[in-house]
Design a protein around this ligand. Structure first.
Ligand SMILES: CC(C)(COP(=O)(O)OP(=O)(O)OC[C@H]1O[C@@H](n2cnc3c(N)ncnc32)[C@H](O)[C@@H]1OP(=O)(O)O)[C@@H](O)C(=O)NCCC(=O)NCCS
Length: 206
């Protein structure tokens, strides 16, 4: 089978689409091939995948994104955004990929009160923003905490993102407060039981 490269056919909307170069020219061999314009077809495949970062590579990607966003881009943390929660046994580090490329993160862990979970470190790399990655990450965190018997998830949300969370069904719980040295809004959402058993984590899936 002969591959037809874009350079060999007219693809610039100049009316030559679908004709092999050379056909019709004096001395040229008429081509029976009618190449079609190449298209990217992605049917029934979600390019965004969220999953717990459990191996070395996905953990490294998770932390690299957090560092890129919260240290390098936003300067929320001076040197590192790591804290004691990252070392907990019950913390869930989540990595979102877009067509296999690391694109976003979220972290969740149980809070002090029974049933209460905290979601934080929601970050999407600048080049992947507004591509429906942040929304799925929040929904994934909510599902994962619900699957672990959580009943409510709380978050300290940066002011410009309050509307983003409202659109995801979260409610504002109080006035602006200072969190990690910056103004944030306390927000929360109720958690439902698991709809996807494997989200409950190792040894908990039905
Ligand atoms: C906030 C953030 C996670 C959103 O991620 P994203 O992948 O760009 O969001 P999505 O594409 O999933 O957005 C879902 C919807 O919310 C909208 N949206 C995104 N950010 C928004 C914001 N700050 N305010 C209001 N709406 C917003 C999108 O336009 C989209 O709308 P649509 O469904 O009508 O298209 C991302 O902008 C980010 O990482 N910012 C820097 C770090 C940060 O602020 N983290 C959160 C700390 S609380």
């Amino acid at each position: 089978m002969t591959a037809v490269l874009p350079a060999q056919v007219g693809l610039a909307g100049d009316g030559r689409e679908g004709r092999a170069t050379g056909a019709g020219r004096p001395g040229a061999t008429p081509s029976r091939i009618r190449p079609v314009r190449p298209v990217n077809v992605l049917v029934g495949v979600d390019p965004v995948v969220c999953r717990p970062a459990t191996d070395t590579a996905t953990c490294a990607a998770h932390h690299a994104i957090r560092h890129a966003v919260f240290v390098a881009e936003q300067g929320v943390f001076a040197d590192s955004d790591l804290d004691a929660h990252d070392a907990r046994d019950d913390v869930v580090h989540v990595l979102a990929t877009h067509l296999g490329r690391p694109a976003g993160t979220v972290r969740l862990y149980p809070a002090g009160r029974p049933g209460e979970w905290v979601g934080d470190r929601l970050a999407v790399l600048p080049g992947f923003r507004s591509a429906a990655i942040g929304g799925p990450l929040v929904r994934f965190a909510v599902e994962a905490a619900g699957a672990r018997d959580g009943t409510r998830m709380r978050a300290h949300v940066q002011l410009p993102n309050e509307r983003f969370f409202h659109r995801l069904g979260w409610s504002t719980d109080g006035p602006v407060e200072t969190y990690v040295g910056h103004p944030h809004i306390p927000m929360s959402t109720p958690l439902a039981g698991p709809t996807t058993p494997w989200l409950a984590g190792p040894g908990r899936a039905a």
